[in-house]
Design a protein around this ligand. Structure first.
Ligand SMILES: Nc1ncnc2c1ncn2[C@@H]1O[C@H](COP(=O)(O)OP(=O)(O)OP(=O)(O)O)[C@@H](O)[C@H]1O
Ligand SMILES: [Mg+2]
Length: 272
């Protein structure tokens, strides 16, 4: 039996902490080492879709099929939804605006569904099998860019994932918030058949110029969650070049990209 894909969701209910940036650049960093990686954009804002598939002149990508179709049409082959991102060297299952209403649509138009049916999980497994049947090659990784608020899409992302990566920013750091999240996970584990692991808590947009605040916050984070922190060379520095490069990529010497390369290496070495 070939190994099933590793499915990692990038989650944090706080907005703007670097989930999408991390999902996209981690996907790229892993893909550059050889594995086949597909990013799944589960956020109706479609930020990852625009970031990874948008054209260099800034025009948005033309999306004909999205993860909405994958969730709602069981006859659709996942391979017909995947688009290739040349810049990121990965596949992308795009999001679309209608994703926000998918749950309402299936509740009101289709058969009644079980709130905790792992639909995305099954569709990703089928997509991976479909690629193996077509090419003999598996999909090694799915990275899911989760939406920022808890709802049916977020739950689908969680239920599909074996591992969770939690980006945090030190400015908005809420140790309390991370504890609350781990409690939510425990509740979910107790009520549905679902047992993900926290792969890591990743400091993002770390501002090295804040010489008192940054070390203080990092040490708070280490005291509370030390074993869940990846090595320091993976912490993503705040980097204006990365923030501005929405339709191109900074050069390989960019410090944030270097951190994401280290993170990719660490994820590959930490195969659980
Ligand atoms: N290392 C970084 N340095 C500077 N800016 C960054 C960095 N990482 C991300 N950003 C910027 O911060 C903003 C938020 O990042 P991102 O969209 O990845 O967060 P998010 O958690 O996915 O947000 P949302 O909750 O809205 O989905 C974006 O404008 C992004 O370009
Ligand atoms: Mg996002």
């Amino acid at each position: 039996m070939p190994a099933p894909p590793r499915i990692i969701s990038v989650v944090n209910e706080k907005g703007g902490v670097g989930k999408t940036t991390t999902a996209a650049h981690l996907a790229r960093a892993i893909a550059l080492q050889g594995p086949t990686v597909v990013l799944v954009d589960m956020d109706g804002q479609a930020t990852a879709t625009k970031y990874m598939l948008g054209r260099e002149d800034g025009r948005p990508p033309d999306i004909d099929r999205s993860v909405y179709d994958l969730l709602t049409n069981p006859d659709l082959d996942g391979l017909d939804v995947i688009r290739l991102s040349d810049r990121f060297q990965t596949g992308v299952i795009p999001s679309s605006i209608d994703l926000k209403t998918w749950f309402l649509d299936i509740v009101f138009e289709g058969e009644p569904v079980d709130l905790v049916e792992p639909i995305l999980s099954r569709r990703l497994d089928a997509t991976s099998e479909s690629l193996r049947d077509a090419t003999g090659e598996p999909i090694d990784f799915f990275l899911i860019d989760a939406p920022p608020s808890f709802g049916s899409l977020y739950l689908q992302a969680l239920m599909a994932s074996d591992e969770l990566l939690i980006p945090v920013t030190l400015e908005t750091l809420s140790i309390e918030g991370i504890y609350t999240f781990t409690e939510t996970l425990e509740q979910l584990e107790a009520t549905i058949d679902y047992e993900p692991e926290i792969l890591g808590i990743l400091p993002c947009m770390v501002d090295g110029r804040r010489t008192t605040q940054t070390p203080k916050k990092l040490s708070e984070l280490r005291d509370a969650f030390g074993p869940l922190l990846p090595p320091e060379e993976t912490y993503v520095p705040i980097n204006s070049e990365l923030a501005q490069a929405q339709h191109s990529l900074p050069g390989p010497s960019n410090a944030a990209l270097r951190a994401y390369r280290n993170l990719g290496q660490w994820v590959l070495e930490n195969d659980r």
